[in-house]
Design a protein around this ligand. Structure first.
Ligand SMILES: *Cc1c(COP(=O)(O)O)cnc(C)c1O
Length: 404
């Protein structure tokens, strides 16, 4: 028995079976590569679900986190520390003119950022508003509030009913959304591009139409940029590319480069809708997580990673399309956040064959492969992936024929 199988057996005996048994046990990482406990090397094209923005073992992240944990690891919110102030200021600055007057609340995860947003829009809503609109197949988290907003029925319905009236509309359908966003709507929660649904890109004017529907009804627009934010699409935030300004913005995943941190940003009236005592978190804004986030933002700037995301994301999409493989139906997404939609329900086979070739990709849906590598990925590493992909696709297609 290899070290992987041994760990898997212990995992199965000690952890709740929420994730099934992961096929690979990781031991360490360096740059865009990770090694498993049996010493096999993989090129990481998923980055812990769009989290490890700087890859693995980046010196800027290592030094910032090590120095901070030695200096002061925790304060609680009984005391402030400079890092949380600096990070909030930096995020507001990155929002440009739209961020003027914005304020930030720090959390430990994306789910908690959405929970904060949910409480915030309820606090800010005028009388007579009673429901929320969200997108079918959207994903906003697993806690009861965030789950009530999550469109995927299979994960939501076993845990209902929820004390929240959420009305779902098809994603990308502006007319359906306009109809649901009435004068009694509190807020719309939506992802600029749906991540967990399979990097689903809406029609070009969709976010502007959503903004207009919210404005017409006096409802708040909450953009969940937990997956799309912090450089993933080649913009600091995806909504900047769509030309809209939300009332509330939620962030997490890439923000900490692997350390757990999330943020809920309120704009305009929503900046100050929480009064003292309305919300809190013991760990939120933790100095170590904040130091990591500052290192991530610094490094995205100093290494010009937004431009890298645009350039290498295009290269990736072009190269995959150029293979012209019958299993590839479509390549979509922006920046270093891409989906390969397959012509068959073969994503699990593609993920498994890719791993056998030392490439980590993610079967996000039965017919969709998600690619979200570290933003530090190089041209040579993209070419390593696209060079190996024809064989991976051939083997996946052959495997399906043999088993079908
Ligand atoms: C991952 C994700 C969440 C949940 O974030 P956690 O950190 O897992 O709690 C919420 N919304 C979107 C769009 C996500 O991708």
């Amino acid at each position: 028995m290899g070290a992987t199988e041994e760990l898997q057996a212990r995992f199965d005996a000690a952890l709740m079976p929420t994730y099934g048994t992961p096929p690979i046990a990781l031991a360490r990482g360096e740059g865009r590569y990770v090694w498993d406990v049996d010493g096999r090397r993989y090129l990481d094209l998923i980055a812990g679900i769009a989290v490890s923005a700087l890859g693995h073992g980046h010196p800027a992240l290592t030094e910032a986190v090590s120095a901070q944990v030695a200096r002061l690891a925790h304060t609680s919110n009984l005391f402030l520390h400079e890092g949380e102030v600096e990070l909030a200021e930096r995020l507001i600055g990155l929002l440009g003119g739209a961020g003027e007057g914005a304020r930030v609340f720090f959390t430990n995860s994306g789910t908690e950022a959405n929970e904060a947003a949910l409480k915030l829009v309820k606090r800010a809503a005028g009388p007579g508003r009673d429901h929320i609109v969200a997108a079918a197949s959207g994903f906003h988290g697993r806690s009861l509030g965030a789950l009530a907003l999550t469109g995927k029925a299979a994960i939501r319905e076993p845990f209902g009913p929820f004390g929240l009236d959420v009305r779902f509309v098809p994603y990308g359908d502006a007319a359906a959304l306009r109809e649901a966003v009435t004068d009694s709507c509190i807020a719309v929660f939506v992802e600029p591009t749906q991540g967990e649904a399979g990097v689903v890109v809406p029609p070009r004017d969709y976010l502007r139409d959503v903004r207009a529907a919210c404005d017409a009804a006096g409802a708040a627009l909450v953009l969940d940029e937990i997956q799309s934010g912090v450089g993933r699409t080649g913009h600091w935030f995806a909504h900047q590319g769509a030309g809209v300004v939300p009332d509330v913005l939620t962030l997490a995943k890439g923000l900490g480069g692997g350390l757990p941190i999330g943020a809920c940003v309120g704009f305009g009236d929503h900046a100050t809708a929480f009064a003292k005592g309305d919300h809190g978190s013991t760990f939120g804004g933790n100095p170590v997580a904040v130091a990591a986030a500052l290192a991530v933002l610094d490094t995205i700037e100093s290494e010009k990673l937004l431009a890298n995301a645009v350039e290498l994301g295009e290269l990736l999409a072009e190269r995959v399309r150029a293979i012209g493989h019958p299993l590839v139906a479509e390549v979509r997404g922006a920046g270093l956040w891409r989906a390969i939609r397959l012509s068959q329900q073969a994503a699990a086979e593609v993920q498994a064959r890719a791993a056998a070739h030392g490439l980590l990709v993610n079967a996000v849906a039965p017919d969709v492969i998600r690619i979200a590598p570290p933003l530090t990925i190089t041209r040579a590493e993209i070419e390593e992936f696209t060079g190996a992909l024809p064989a991976v696709l051939d083997e996946a297609a052959a495997g399906r024929e043999a088993s079908g």
